[in-house]
Design a protein around this ligand. Structure first.
Ligand code: EPU
Length: 304
């Protein structure tokens, strides 16, 4: 009874203030640089702190959200009435290389990993060149594109469930499909990737080619969340090609704009709000539905 009263007064994370902060703007943590605050931002410094805070969320019915580099996320202007976890300190970025096997904690930056692999002459994740995000986020979404995806290299993941229980999932029970995986646990803690020794010059060459393709076809330096829509299944044309063909490149709504470089990107100009982007997403989806009878599905994750 006393415990409940204390919890209510001090909030669900009483005693954990060293790594739990309240009402934190999320915009700086996303590539769109848009959106409102998180009721709580949780930055656990290790697995035990992650477990403690996950448990508190479960006990107090606090919804949980996990942020990587915020590369594929649009946070609503009204913000998030729950706990946003960010596995961002050195602990979560550790990697261990054992021959051609790599173990990486969830917060490792995919671009830094790609560079490391180039230097070591390790092949297998060149396809991630130019894709912003963390290993955890990349694995959950099966990050990739026309050159391959991360799922092909993953041989195991360590996950934590909402009660703080750790489990190991091996390659046999992992499934990676187009921009999705079958990992349902809220937290990916660590992953193992199987790579292949190769000539560093060859790995560098392939990585550069992929990066150049992206740089030439995508607005990499603009504020965006990458591709907005999934490519529609069973359709010869990509979402970008459909939107382009409909003449929607450059279309603006408030500060949001359909990129003139790649039509499946929406970029945020000065003064843009998350609502502008949401409205532009709806508008594009409606136009393509009316024109082609295809209902485009979001690739970008919209929070909440
Ligand atoms: N296209 C157009 N107009 C455009 C954009 C594309 O006609 O404005 C045409 C291209 O000419 C090409 C086709 O559409 O013939 C496909 O375009 P692209 O090669 O750019 O690939 P995409 O299917 O649009 C996918 C991923 C990207 C990834 C690239 C390259 C999806 C939804 N997108 O894009 O991933 O970078 O392949 O590997 O699967 C992301 O996940 O956020 C993302 C950007």
């Amino acid at each position: 009874m006393t415990d409940n009263v204390t919890t209510r007064r001090a909030g669900p994370f009483a005693g954990l203030e060293e790594f739990v902060t309240e009402n934190v703007p999320l915009a700086p943590y996303t590539c769109f640089r848009l959106g409102g605050p998180a009721r709580w931002l949780i930055t656990p410094r290790n697995e035990e702190e992650l477990r403690q805070t996950a448990l508190r969320c479960a006990e107090n019915d606090v919804p949980m959200y996990v942020l990587g580099l915020g590369a594929n996320i649009l946070v609503a202007d009204s913000g998030i009435g729950g706990a946003v976890f960010r596995l961002g300190n050195d602990y979560w970025r550790e990697i261990r290389l054992e021959g051609d096997r790599l173990r990486a904690r969830a917060g490792m930056d995919m671009q830094k990993l790609v560079l490391k692999c180039v230097r070591q002459g390790l092949a297998g994740i060149e396809c991630l060149a130019g894709i912003p995000g963390t290993i955890g986020g990349g694995i959950r979404m099966n990050a990739g594109g026309r050159f391959g995806d991360i799922g092909a290299a993953v041989t195991g993941v360590t996950v934590m469930d909402r009660h703080g229980q750790i489990a190991q999932r091996e390659k046999e029970d992992l499934r990676f499909d187009y921009r999705r995986s079958n990992i349902c646990a809220p937290f990916i803690v660590e992953a193992t990737l199987q790579l292949e020794q190769d000539d560093p010059d060859q790995v560098l060459y392939r990585t550069r080619q992929i990066w150049i393709y992206k740089r030439n076809t995508q607005p990499l330096s603009a504020r965006s969340a990458g591709c907005v829509f999934k490519n529609p299944p069973g359709c010869d044309l990509s979402a970008g090609a459909l939107i382009d063909r409909a003449g929607l490149k450059g279309m603006r709504l408030g500060g949001a704009e359909v990129s003139t470089r790649h039509a499946n990107f929406i970029v945020a100009n000065n003064g843009c709000t998350a609502t502008d982007v949401l409205n532009l997403i709806d508008l594009v989806r409606n136009r393509i539905y009316q024109r082609d009878g295809i209902l485009l599905e979001n690739e970008v994750q919209i929070w909440p």
